[in-house]
Design a protein around this ligand. Structure first.
Ligand code: HEC
Length: 262
């Protein structure tokens, strides 16, 4: 918990790995003053982007914890309702970020973060609601409702509604749509280093495109390993070869691109 909360206390110490800051981009900490963007704005954008990544990852983890129940074959009504999902999402997010989404009025976070977190909660719950027929589909086996599919559906809708881009990515993605761009690849290579500090995000402001980009590393829990763990190369139940990841290892990242102007 201490390591998770550290960023709340000193949120902006995290910054670029070598080679990340490009001539047109500046890491939040070492920002070039000539970018003309007030430091306060950059810090607020970074907090906002990070909170959005934590919330998306929290939703992914709630789905992951219930995967066995979702895939069960005997019971038709799985009881994995949107209400239950939302309750657990708020709990997980609160314990990871220290922010209570039910008390947003008094939360000490940027106004823009409040609006976007509310929207992301809504979209996440809607995706679970619309997945009910798949979750409760008769017969078990592979369900088309896993953390990555949930995450992709939420990200697409959220981007449509807010212009803030969310994406799940990895160095060797299963889905080519999740392939990293050059900026994401550099960050993922940093995260893949076993000595890289846990949960340390990487961010930069790209003046030319008028946005802040943030990469939030993801780590495997025991349940992820059902599909992404050992033995490497053997097919998991979704039909993809397992990556051979171990517990707690970096499994990719959530990439956030947030326009500087709302
Ligand atoms: C039921 C099997 C299953 C479980 C459990 C699972 N994944 Fe995946 N994961 C997949 C599949 C299948 C995809 C590709 C989905 C698609 O087609 O977009 C994927 C995609 C991803 C991606 C996006 C990059 C890519 O490979 O396309 C990341 C990152 C990821 N998973 C991390 C995790 C983490 C972390 C966990 C645990 C919290 C987890 N996964 C749990 C099956 C699983």
């Amino acid at each position: 918990m201490a390591s998770r909360l550290r960023w709340m206390i000193a949120p902006f110490l995290a910054c670029a790995v070598a080679g990340w800051a490009s001539s047109e981009g500046a890491c939040a900490k070492d920002r070039q003053p000539e970018s003309g963007i007030p430091l306060q704005t950059i810090l607020e954008l970074e907090t906002t982007a990070r909170l959005l990544a934590v919330l998306l990852d929290s939703g992914r983890n709630v789905i992951n914890e219930h995967q066995v129940r979702i895939d069960e074959s005997e019971k038709i009504e799985k009881g994995f309702t949107p209400e239950m999902f939302e309750r657990q999402l708020l709990d997980v997010f609160r314990s990871r970020s220290g922010v209570d989404l039910q008390e947003l009025g008094t939360a000490r976070i940027p106004v823009r973060a409040k609006r976007l977190l509310k929207e992301l909660t809504l979209v996440s719950t809607q995706v679970v609601e619309q997945a009910q027929s798949e979750v409760n589909r008769r017969g078990g086996g592979i369900k088309e409702f896993i953390p990555a599919i949930f995450g992709a559906q939420v990200a697409t809708r959220f981007t449509e509604r807010t212009q803030v881009r969310l994406k799940q990515t990895a160095l060797a993605p299963r889905n080519p749509l999740n392939a990293p761009d050059a900026v994401e690849r550099t960050a993922l290579e940093g995260f893949a280093d076993p000595l890289y500090p846990r949960e340390k995000v990487i961010s930069e402001v790209t003046v030319k495109s008028g946005s802040l980009r943030l990469m939030f590393p993801l780590y495997t829990t025991r349940k992820c390993l059902d599909c992404h763990g050992e033995p490497k190369g053997e097919l998991d139940r979704t039909g993809y070869p397992r990556e051979g990841l171990r517990l707690g290892q970096n499994a990719g990242a959530i990439s956030v691109v947030i326009p500087i102007r709302p």
